[in-house]
Write a protein of this length. Structure first.
Length: 97
């Protein structure tokens, strides 16, 4: 029995779970931004507090003013999460340490 392998697998699965949760938070935050939410709402504040730090670097690279007012930062964050997830999944399958 490979104890190190099972611990490695648990770490990978936890990381994939966290990435999936972050991806859903990004999707919900992007959808909520379309309806002009109440900024005092605790759920909105939580979503913005979690997602804004991830969006900020992409907004600096490609500001919404250059794309006709469309904020592309959630798309970039989701693509990066997808790539990280694929990398971790392949790492788990290969069993590399």
């Amino acid at each position: 029995m490979n104890v190190g392998g099972s611990a490695f697998s648990a770490v990978i699965e936890t990381a994939l779970f966290i990435l999936n949760a972050i991806q859903w938070l990004v999707i919900v935050a992007a959808l909520i931004s379309w309806v002009s939410p109440d900024p005092r709402n605790p759920i909105v504040r939580f979503l913005y507090g979690v997602t804004e730090p991830m969006f900020r670097p992409f907004r600096r690279l490609i500001p919404p003013s250059r794309t006709g007012g469309i904020d592309l930062s959630p798309i970039f964050v989701i693509v990066i999460i997808y790539l990280l997830s694929r990398f971790l999944a392949r790492l788990a399958v290969s069993g590399a340490f």
